[in-house]
Design a protein around this ligand. Structure first.
Ligand code: C6P
Length: 408
């Protein structure tokens, strides 16, 4: 059983008020709040440990390096990577995906006859870097369509896989709709029908359920720390050792070289080849504390609580007349995305909820193609974390009813 009052006590921000009302934070897909353990590890680094990593012989530098490398090992275990050096620290999912695309073009891995497949459900950060890669290399982008429920058309994927397919990239969970894609089935299909490298955007997966990159058998797995209780500016790119070894670096600079001369530079071993410059040391260490936070609660407990919340929220919202939930029948996690028909636009609803202390995201959620598909400008999105409660869902429902009365 989840002990919600004990969990909530770990998040000081949940005690604050917004417009004189207790904060109800339902914008966790954008970024989650941070527990004291994470805040303290981050601030403690500056109080006790601040030094650059991997460079100094002095004690502080070695202590900081040990802490950061220990955190890398925690992340390795968290996603069940085979080796800690397959975990590259980045500043988030966006940077992780850009790292892949630039490493691919820097390595001359794509040419004009090659194809990249993504899906209609992607966040812009899993669309635009691939478009830019296509512009640099002449490769073609193909998009797996969705149906009215937001479910991917896997027949399209099956029919379009070939020797020309070099990359298939898709999210595990859609940030706009919360739909959990059948990634295991997609990966088997891709492995059977092409030699493509598989990229999974796991930004909305890791906060909600256990991920095992070896069981998935993906080549890359990208996620952000700040959506899983870690500080902003943290993230990870997991890559299979052999795949990472075969790629040229993304950024050049300090930390990523083995030797450097004007005639020739050689690169450092993994993961440092892909970690040029001084990293976000405090954030990367605090990411390890966020992993501890999730593991102390336990994936099963967390997942069960969040699934119950989602089910409760959807059922209660659907009691409201003229309310549409997008992807209502699909397998989802963490997110309910909806609109009131004939009652203003999503941002009007969001502003009324804000006055009641309720934080939700409105608009296109960086997924304009999904909004275009449903022929809408945006949705109201409530997204959940482990500290949310049924009472907060009740307040959301009352707030939406109030918005409907005011706007229609
Ligand atoms: N989605 C949301 O409100 P960054 O910004 O790099 O940490 O994450 C980008 C990203 C990539 N993929 C998915 C599936 C995501 O959800 C996000 C971030 C936030 O939905 C901010 S737009």
């Amino acid at each position: 059983m989840i002990n919600l009052s004990q969990i909530r006590a770990q998040f000081p921000i949940l005690n604050r008020e917004i417009h004189g009302k207790p904060l109800i934070y339902l914008d966790n897909a954008a970024t989650s709040q941070k527990p004291l353990s994470v805040i303290e590890v981050e601030s403690n680094y500056y109080k006790e440990l601040n030094a650059n990593v991997h460079r100094g012989i002095h004690t502080l530098s070695q202590l900081a390096t040990d802490e950061m490398e220990n955190s890398r090992k925690k992340v390795q275990k968290f996603i069940n990577a085979k080796h800690d050096y397959e975990v590259i620290f980045t500043k988030g999912t966006t940077e992780s995906i850009n790292l892949i695309t630039y490493a691919l073009s820097n390595s001359g891995k794509l040419s004009k006859d090659d194809e990249i497949i993504i899906t209609h459900l992607e966040h812009h950060s899993n669309i635009v870097p691939w478009q830019m890669l296509c512009q640099r290399t002449g490769a073609k982008l193909k998009v797996i369509p969705i149906n009215e429920e937001g479910i991917l058309n896997l027949d399209f994927l099956r029919e379009n896989l070939s020797d020309r397919t070099k990359i298939v990239s898709f999210n595990y969970v859609s940030n706009a709709l919360g739909i959990v894609n059948p990634v295991q089935e997609m990966i088997s299909l891709i492995r059977q029908n092409s030699g493509a490298w598989i990229v999974v955007d796991g930004a909305q997966a890791v906060p909600h359920f256990k991920v095992d990159v070896q069981a998935l058998d993906c080549d890359f797995f990208a996620f952000s720390g700040h959506k899983m209780y870690a500080p902003t500016g943290t993230g990870v790119l997991y890559g299979k050792e052999a795949v990472l070894e075969s790629l040229e670096p993304f950024h050049g600079g300090g930390e990523m070289i083995a030797t450097c001369s004007f005639e020739k530079t050689t690169y450092a071993a993994l993961p440092f080849k892909f970690e040029a410059g001084t990293p976000n040391i405090a954030g990367n260490i605090a990411l390890g504390a966020a992993v501890d936070f999730i593991e102390n609660i336990g994936h099963e407990t967390l997942q069960q609580h969040e699934n119950n919340l989602l089910k409760y929220a959807q059922n209660r919202l659907l009691e409201i007349e003229k309310l549409t939930v997008y992807g209502e029948k699909a397998h989802r996690t963490g997110v309910v995305s909806f609109n009131l028909q004939n009652a203003g636009i999503s941002s009007d609803v969001g502003m009324i909820l804000d006055k009641l202390g309720i934080a939700v995201r409105t608009g296109h959620h960086c997924t304009q193609p999904i909004m275009d598909f449903f022929n809408i400008a945006g949705t109201v999105r409530a997204s959940f974390a482990v500290y949310n409660t049924n009472e907060e869902v009740d307040a959301l429902v009352e707030g939406v009813k109030k918005a409907q009365r005011m706007l229609s």
